[in-house]
Ligand binder design. Structure first.
Ligand SMILES: [Zn+2]
Length: 421
């Protein structure tokens, strides 16, 4: 239930609290008025509503998700909670169950959740080992078209560097990705000839004019340094499209001087980093009967201080890589703040959930200034402390100038797909 019902048009919200940067000001929170009419934010509105300092944030951007994997938990649970089990369980489920209609139903379910929570743009990875690529990409294109008024969608192919032939079937996958206006994605592992394979990957991306998005170093093994290899190879090759790398957990177990040296190269290469803390918490340092000590969240402060564009995102939802989650960026913000000590910091980390992912992905800029789309979220909280202390289940989401219905889809809607559980 929303904490307030707002008028339908030409509204002036008196006394709201917003990040200064969202109205062209300082990095601190500021109290102001916010008006909107039609689909846009305006200078003033006819219907005043006293808001008592309620916080407003631009609608969220979730730049790393897996819509095609989401909500398979009931039929494909991770038996041990490990990364290896996750890979194996998903592969088995994909081969047996991922028809176009199955993928489509679960994607739609996830998007309805994300929309209800106030997300307006999503990048999703798409498992693309043939023949799955030819099943999922057309479905993704249809879903993207169906949802284009509500959520701006980007797709990135997902294949393991160890399981593809760059001179064979991957060429066809890349052509398919280009046809569907996607990104070229890769899971980098410390394979033999890592750099040679990365060179080929960058070359194929360049041939098709595609931006790239990596999963890298989702492990606490300090010897795994795929991020470093990606940064060095991208610099060597002069690759000039956008590069994003997700996870980067192994930096946290490396000697700090080595890790910081890698970050200097990452900064030089202009790589965008996205941290996926909820998924990391689930998979990293899990050992049966033992309490986890190392939590996997990457070196976000050290990255930020070097000018690396750092974001946070959801990653998986109710699948073997992360058993929980619901594509709620407010949950990501709350968890990331606590896990990564984003508080007690001179940095305004709200950028990492809004402007930074927009910049990394090329989504439109989040803003609450006059003339921008009236796409924002209103919370019954007047400051960061009040915002981050509750789940904000009663938030108000305004999209294209209208308060949306925030009902979440019922899990039972997917029961018919879980039969072989
Ligand atoms: Zn991922």
């Amino acid at each position: 239930m929303s904490f307030i019902e707002l008028p339908h048009s030409s509204v002036q919200l008196n006394d709201v609290t917003v990040p200064g940067w969202a109205v062209g000001g300082s990095e601190n929170l500021v109290r102001t008025n916010l008006a909107y009419e039609g689909e846009r934010i305006t200078v003033s509105g006819r219907m005043p509503v006293e808001m008592g300092g309620a916080m407003v944030l631009p609608a969220f951007i979730d730049m790393h998700t897996h819509l095609d994997k989401g909500h398979i938990w009931h039929r494909a649970p991770n038996s041990q909670g490990s990364f290896a089990d996750a890979l194996e369980t998903v592969a088995r489920d994909r081969i047996v169950n991922w028809s176009a209609s199955d993928v489509r139903a679960r994607m739609e379910f996830s998007l309805r959740c994300a929309y209800a929570y106030g997300t307006r743009a999503i990048r999703t990875h798409i498992d693309s080992i043939p023949p799955q690529d030819e099943i999922t990409w057309p479905v993704f294109a249809e879903v993207r078209e169906d949802w284009c008024q509500k959520i701006d969608l980007q797709g990135s192919c997902l294949v393991g560097i160890d399981s593809i032939d760059f001179d064979g079937p991957f060429q066809r996958t890349a052509t398919l990705v280009a046809k569907y206006d996607g990104l070229l994605g890769l899971v980098a592992y410390p394979v033999a000839d890592l750099r040679g394979r990365l060179r080929k990957f960058f070359s194929i991306a360049d041939d098709h004019g595609l931006a790239v998005d990596f999963h890298a170093d989702e492990t606490l093994d300090r010897n795994t340094e795929c991020l470093r290899a990606i940064a060095e190879v991208s610099l060597e090759s002069g690759f000039d499209h956008s590069i994003t790398v997700g996870h980067c957990c192994s930096l946290t177990t490396q000697d700090i001087s080595r890790a910081l040296d890698t970050l200097d190269i990452v900064a030089q290469a202009g790589i965008h980093v996205v941290s996926l803390p909820m998924c990391n918490l689930y998979l990293q340092d899990r050992r049966s009967g033992q309490t986890p000590r190392m939590r996997g969240i990457t070196l976000i402060h050290e990255m930020q201080s070097r000018g690396i564009n750092v974001s946070f995102a959801s990653d998986n939802t109710r699948d073997p890589f992360f058993a929980y989650g619901d594509l709620d960026m407010m949950e990501v913000m709350r968890e990331a703040t606590r896990l990564g000590h984003l508080d007690h910091s001179d940095v305004d980390w709200s950028h990492a959930f809004l402007t930074n992912p927009a910049q990394a992905c090329g989504f439109s800029i989040p803003s609450l200034s006059s003339g921008f789309p009236a796409d924002f979220i209103i919370f019954k909280a007047r400051n960061w402390n009040e915002l981050l202390s509750r789940p904000q289940s009663d938030r108000v989401v305004i999209r294209a100038g209208k308060q949306i219905t925030r009902a979440l889809p019922d899990y039972c809607e997917l029961d018919y797909l879980m039969e072989n559980a």
